[in-house]
Write a protein that binds this ligand. Structure first.
Ligand SMILES: [Zn+2]
Length: 116
C-alpha cells in the first residue's frame, strides 16, 4: 500500500503576506478523488491525526467501498468463465495434437510447409 505517497501537501500561501491556512489534499486510494481539507470542514488537527492513521489503513469513499466489491465479484465470475473456456481450448488442442501425431507417424504426409 502506498497511501503515504498519495497524500499531497500544498502550501497555497507562498506569495501572500497574510497567513491563510495550509491546505492539505487527501487523495482517495481507489478513485483518486482529492479532498481539500479546508473545504471539507474538518479541523486541521483532526486532519493531521487522520493522515497518521490513513497511511496504514488507506482512504476510500463509500461509493468505491461498495462498488469495488461488486467489481471484484464480476471479475471473479468472468475469470471463472475464462478458465472454463481455456480448459475447453486446451482439451481441443490436445485432441488436435494427438490426431496430428497419428497422421505423421502413420503416413508422413503432413510436413510443416503444408500447414498454412
Ligand atoms: Zn472513491
Amino acid at each position: 500500500m502506498n497511501t503515504a505517497a498519495n497524500v499531497l501537501f500544498a502550501d497555497m500561501n507562498k506569495n501572500k503576506t497574510t497567513q491563510p491556512p495550509i491546505v492539505t489534499v487527501i487523495r482517495y486510494d481507489i478513485c483518486n478523488y482529492e479532498m481539500d481539507s479546508t473545504c471539507s470542514g474538518i479541523p486541521s488537527d483532526a486532519v493531521n491525526k487522520l493522515l497518521d492513521i490513513i497511511q496504514y489503513t488507506g482512504w476510500e469513499c463509500t461509493d468505491c467501498r461498495i462498488n469495488s466489491q461488486q467489481k471484484i465479484d464480476k471479475l471473479q465470475a468472468a475469470l471463472t468463465l475464462v478458465n472454463e473456456k481455456l480448459s475447453d481450448l486446451m482439451a481441443t488442442v490436445d485432441n488436435i495434437q494427438q490426431i496430428t501425431a497419428g497422421h505423421t507417424e502413420n503416413d508422413n504426409v503432413v510436413s510443416k510447409t503444408d500447414i498454412k
